[in-house]
Structures are given as structure tokens and as C-alpha cells.
Design a protein around this ligand. Structure first.
Ligand SMILES: Cc1cc2nc3c(=O)[nH]c(=O)nc-3n(C[C@H](O)[C@H](O)[C@H](O)COP(=O)(O)O)c2cc1C
Length: 301
């Protein structure tokens, strides 16, 4: 019996543990460790219409139970990934969630069209700045987020997930996205934070502020997945600080049907597989399946 198998927006996943965008590149660096098809899925690094060189260094610093990053969405641009990485990744037999972004709706849409032949799902990163909206992230503005979503939906036949930001108003943005036709949600992206360098009396990161991830943000992720689940019938890909099988099950109880692992992979490249195996053991001990846990915290006693 496969306790972990789960269907999500018409795609069958062998297990619910996927990699988080920006923490697994396109998988090539990990392919010598294990077959990528063993993962629930790979979520790619964010892909934009043209190459982006990213933020000044330093780009990463550690925090209590977490890390701050300001990579600045560095990537080689969609054409390079369509030429080199995505066909290779599909050949590995992995399920692929392609994370796309841009600085205006048409740019998101152009990337979505180009990556669609290789994507099982498209994940739209709404945390990037809207250049025509005072550089406020799309995810902080329900109407701007909805315009992006409509453009992407028109540009692809793949199911589209909107990735929500914990730094903006989650429920109003989710409601506007649902109205615009989104197929599901992923959350949470990183929480904005800063660290100071006492010697230089300046922020540590080259970009001054960065995104906090890792175990420190898990309670925020559990709360926001829980709140969103109460307000939508669409499926949820949950993430934020997942390091163990127990963490993944907490997110499932809150309402996550799939769970992504990001920062934990930097310390242990086997983390997504280890976490899936831990979930399997915990479920086996109880004679239950993953689906018995999804949203179970919401059912009356
Ligand atoms: C180094 C790094 C790069 C990231 N890059 C992206 C990205 O390109 N697009 C995106 O939507 N999220 C990106 N994220 C956010 C993660 O996908 C994830 O939402 C967040 O880190 C919370 O999960 P975690 O605590 O398991 O890392 C990045 C996170 C990290 C740590």
C-alpha cells in the first residue's frame, strides 16, 4: 500500500514532499546522489524572461534557527533553461514545478508559455517587485496579483499555483487570485528580515534586507496554511521551516496537500527524501495515509 501517493491538480505525486524554489536549482547538482524521480517533485529556481545577475554580496547569513538570503533572483533567463535544464530534468522522470516571475504581467506570461511543455505545474512567485506599481511586491496588492494571474492563466494550459508572501495580506490576495482563476496556492515565501554587522555598523547583507527561512518561520507557515485552508477549497502546497517528518505532518494537519522543503536541503541534500521516509514510518505506525492528515485539524472532534 502506498501511504504517501497523492494527486494534486490532476498530477500524481509518488510522495507529497517536493523541493522549494531557489533551494535545489534545477536538480542537476543532486542527480549524482539519488534519482530525482524519487522526489515528490522538483520546484525549480525562479525563472525570468531575461538573465538577472542578482544582488550584491554577501547574499546569505545565518540566524537563530534559520537563515537570511538576498540572492536577488539571480537566474540565467528562460531561454537558457528551456535550452539546457528543463528538457534534461524531464528526462530524469521527475515531476517538475516551474517557478516563474517577471516585473510586469506580460513578462510572467511569456515565461509561463515557454516553460509549459516541461512543467507539470506552474508556480507564480508574486513576491517580486511590480516595477509599474511603485516597486511594491505583487503579493502585497490583491488587484496587481490578480492581473498577473490572469495573464499567466491565458498563457499556459498547465495548472497554476500562486505563491503567497507572509509579508503581505494573505487572505485578500488569495481571494482576488481565486476570482482571477488560480488553481491552487503555495505558501509561505520568506519573511523579510535584517541583521547588523557590529564591526562595520552596517547591515550584513549586500542588499541590506533579506528573506528569513528555516525552522524559525515554521509556526508562521503553519498558521497561514491553516488560515488559508479555512478560506479556500483550492489545494495548498505548504512550506516554511520543514526539517522533519513531524514538521511535514504539522503542515498537512493545517491543510497542506503537498509540502516543500527548502533551507533544510542546504544542511542535508537528502533532506526531502529523509523527510518523506520519516512521514512514511510515522503513518505506518498508525495505519494511516497522508490523505488522512491533510486538513485533519479542521474536522470537528
Ligand atoms: C536561498 C533561497 C532562494 C530562494 N529563491 C526563491 C525563488 O527564486 N522563488 C521563490 O518563489 N521562492 C524562493 N525562495 C523561498 C523558498 O522557496 C521557500 O518559500 C522558503 O525558503 C521557506 O521554506 P524553507 O523554510 O523550507 O526554506 C528561496 C529561499 C531561499 C532560502
Amino acid at each position: 500500500m502506498n501511504r504517501l501517493e497523492v494527486e494534486f491538480l490532476g498530477v500524481k505525486f509518488p510522495n507529497p514532499i517536493v523541493t522549494a524554489s531557489g533551494t535545489f536549482n534545477f536538480g542537476r547538482e543532486y542527480a549524482h546522489l539519488y534519482p530525482l524521480a524519487k522526489l515528490g517533485a522538483i520546484t525549480t529556481k525562479g525563472v525570468s524572461p531575461r538573465p538577472i545577475t542578482g544582488a550584491p554580496t554577501p547574499r546569505i547569513t545565518e540566524t537563530p534557527m534559520g537563515m537570511l538570503n538576498a540572492i536577488g533572483l539571480e537566474n540565467k533567463g528562460v531561454d537558457a533553461y528551456v535550452a539546457d535544464e528543463l528538457p534534461w530534468l524531464k528526462e530524469q522522470g521527475a515531476r517538475v514545478i516551474v517557478n516563474v516571475f517577471g516585473d510586469e504581467p506580460a513578462h510572467f506570461a511569456a515565461v509561463a508559455t515557454k516553460v509549459s511543455p516541461y512543467a507539470d505545474l506552474i508556480e507564480v512567485n508574486l513576491s517580486c517587485p511590480n516595477v509599474h506599481g511603485g516597486n511594491l511586491p505583487f503579493a502585497h496588492d490583491p488587484q496587481a496579483a490578480a492581473v498577473v494571474l490572469r495573464a499567466v492563466k491565458d498563457a499556459t494550459d498547465r495548472p497554476v499555483l500562486a505563491k503567497l508572501s507572509p509579508n503581505g495580506p494573505i487572505l485578500p490576495v488569495a481571494a482576488a487570485l481565486e476570482e482571477a482563476g488560480v488553481d491552487g496556492f503555495s505558501l509561505i515565501n520568506t519573511l523579510l528580515g535584517m541583521r547588523m554587522d557590529l564591526d562595520r555598523k552596517r547591515p550584513v547583507l549586500g542588499n541590506r534586507q533579506g528573506g528569513l527561512s528555516g525552522p524559525a518561520i515554521k509556526p508562521v507557515a503553519v498558521r497561514l496554511v491553516y488560515e488559508l485552508f479555512r478560506n479556500t477549497d483550492l489545494p495548498i502546497l505548504g512550506m516554511g521551516g520543514v526539517t522533519t517528518g513531524e514538521d511535514a505532518l504539522e503542515l498537512a494537519l493545517a491543510g497542506a496537500r503537498l509540502v516543500a522543503v527548502g533551507t533544510a536541503t542546504f544542511a542535508d541534500p537528502y533532506a526531502p527524501l529523509r523527510i518523506a521516509a520519516e512521514v512514511d514510518r510515522l503513518l505506518a505506525g498508525r495505519g494511516e495515509t497522508w490523505l488522512d492528515w491533510v486538513g485533519a485539524a479542521h474536522t470537528p472532534n
